[in-house]
Design a binder for this molecule. Structure first.
Ligand code: SAH
Length: 223
């Protein structure tokens, strides 16, 4: 605890900040104890750089590189909770961003594949995963709307950018009994978080809550 934005805080201040962080999560509906434990373990301060680093423990989205955002912690918690990850699961995350969500998933699943269309974001997140010894995460630069045909099928898929509809290739790459959580809607309007469950005969859709995410964009990014 000698590096990063928390360097100057006493251990009491750190404990107090962590308590407030967890309290905010609980009061916004994150109640799953495995999810809370994972979020207690992964330090969000490491995933936010520059001027916003000291706001990492507040329940708000923050800007990251490439004009993208790290999601609000309570939304990360609610999405992770809705995904109902089991310890033996292989999970695909579309939209690595800062890598924070993937790091949470890595505590809950056997294996996590995370893809982003910006090489810079996957590179920086990959470096952080190595530093934190999160060896069960594989980071890939790709257009995630096509999924990862070589690594499919997946037990769980989490999309952290908004699509107009749940992308067909992602639905195809979900195992029977598998769950996908995806924000759906027009990029500049309010979107709905959707939970899709693959059944033996098709797909069940459940609308969870309104959310606001950056759009899922086709092709690779410029950075
Ligand atoms: N989960 C991230 C936040 C995601 S922000 C975190 O924990 O910090 C959304 C991300 O989705 C951005 O980084 C953006 O580059 C990425 N994205 C948008 N469209 C994409 C696509 N088609 N394929 C892969 N990544 C995409």
């Amino acid at each position: 605890m000698t590096q990063g934005p928390e360097g100057k805080l006493t251990s009491e201040e750190l404990a107090e900040r962590k308590m407030r962080f967890l309290f905010a999560l609980r009061s916004r509906g994150v109640t799953d104890s495995r999810v809370l434990t994972a979020m207690e373990k992964v330090d969000r301060g490491l995933f936010v750089r520059g001027t916003f680093a000291d706001r990492a423990y507040e329940d708000m989205p923050l800007p990251i590189a490439c004009g993208q955002t790290i999601s609000q912690p309570s939304v990360v918690g609610l999405m992770t909770q809705a995904l109902q990850v089991n310890p033996r699961d292989t999970v695909l995350e579309v939209g690595t961003g800062s890598g924070y969500q993937a790091a949470i998933l890595s505590q809950l699943a056997r294996r996590v594949y995370t893809v982003d269309r910006y090489r810079r974001l996957t590179r920086e997140a990959g470096e952080l995963f190595r530093k934190l010894d999160l060896v069960n995460i594989t980071t890939i630069t790709a257009d995630g709307s096509h999924g990862l045909p070589d690594q499919a099928p997946f037990d769980r898929i989490l999309v952290t950018a908004a699509a107009e509809d749940p992308p067909g290739p992602l639905l195809e790459q979900l195992k029977p009994g598998g769950i996908m959580v995806v924000p759906v809607g027009q990029s500049d309007a309010v979107q709905a978080l959707i939970k899709v469950t693959r059944t033996q005969s098709g797909f069940d859709y459940e609308e969870l809550r309104p959310v606001r995410f950056v759009p899922l964009v086709e092709g690779l990014g410029s950075e």
